[in-house]
Ligand binder design. Structure first.
Ligand code: CA2
Length: 155
């Protein structure tokens, strides 16, 4: 495991409204609460936590993660269901990608049942509210550790 792994946690459109609108679906915790939860969960790792409402900015950050991150957790929000461009950017990463959703999109409208991201993610965590992020962060750091152990063994 790198001494202090760098974990990018990227959030797509409208997640800035968390805790403010539609609490029956997305709960009462804010994105700042989710960020604090990720930072607590990833103690010892560096967490780069960001949200954007703009597809191009999200793609720029994925490209940045390609250079700087040891793993990526992404809640692509609506872009997960629509964006081939985001998928193309994610495909360029060699580090583990964990997809994360607050709600369980498979239990919602049909158009939410598929995301482009899940085709290339190491795994998907959905339906547990903010705890989805906690589980996703643990999974991502677990994968980083697994990789570095298998790299050590091959040297
Ligand atoms: O459950 C999730 O995390 C989603 O990624 C959230 C997306 C939705 O399009 C996905 O199907 C599932 C929507 C994010 C909107 O976030 C809001 C938060 C609070 C109030 C209104 C919207």
């Amino acid at each position: 495991m790198p001494d202090s792994p760098v974990l990018y946690v990227l959030n797509g459109p409208n997640l800035n409204l968390l805790g403010v609108r539609e609490p029956e679906i997305y709960g009462r915790e804010t994105l700042a609460d989710v960020q604090a939860l990720c930072e607590r969960t990833a103690a010892g790792a560096t967490v780069v936590f960001r949200q954007t409402n703009h597809e191009g900015e999200l793609i720029d950050w994925v490209q940045e993660a390609r250079e700087k991150a040891d793993a990526l957790v992404i809640n692509p929000a609506g872009y997960g269901h629509t964006s081939v461009a985001l998928l193309d950017a994610l495909k360029t990463l060699t580090v583990p990608i964990v997809e994360c959703h607050l709600s369980n999109p498979a239990a919602r409208e049909r158009f939410r049942h598929r995301t482009y991201v899940s085709a290339i993610a190491a795994g998907v965590v959905s339906g547990f509210g903010p705890m989805s992020y906690e589980l996703a962060v643990k999974a991502a750091l677990g994968l980083v550790q697994e990789r570095s152990l298998s790299e050590d063994r091959s040297h």
